[in-house]
Design a protein around this ligand. Structure first.
Ligand code: MN
Length: 136
């Protein structure tokens, strides 16, 4: 396998993440739509350097599978943690958190939203530049 093949994305880029809930450039490729059989929604999300989502909760929980790059995951009241390709993060229902890239690296994860019959996401306030820069 060539290096070029190694660096290929698995999925197409998808749609630009909504500016109301994301800072910077992020891209969402929908992979599995929720339905009453699986109650699970799956998407691939690419965060360009500096991009992150707002603080938010998932009423049914969320699992993040990091597939490329380096980023941050932070729960309210706790220190931000570095997340890297190969990490898997489980987020319990209603835990306030955000995720995104570091300032100098992109980060890609597959987001698995579970128990979607309880709701998928409730958006809160943005992660300010001061908050983001304070974890560099
Ligand atoms: Mn989340």
């Amino acid at each position: 396998m060539s290096n070029a093949e190694n660096t290929e994305s698995i999925f197409t880029q998808g749609d630009k993440a909504p500016a109301d809930y994301f800072m910077g450039n992020a891209w969402i490729k929908k992979l599995v739509a929720s339905d009453p059989v699986f109650n699970t929604q799956i998407g691939n999300v690419v965060f360009e350097p500096g991009a992150r989502n707002n603080w938010h909760t998932h009423p049914g929980g969320q699992i993040l599978i990091i597939t490329d790059g380096t980023g941050y995951y932070q729960e309210k009241g706790k220190a931000a943690q570095i997340i890297r390709k190969g990490d898997v993060i489980t987020i319990a229902p209603d835990v306030v958190h955000w995720h995104g890239a570091t300032a100098n690296s992109s980060m890609t994860h597959i987001a698995v939203n579970t128990n979607t019959q309880k709701g998928i996401v409730d958006w809160l306030e943005p992660v300010t530049d001061d908050q983001y820069k304070s974890i560099q």
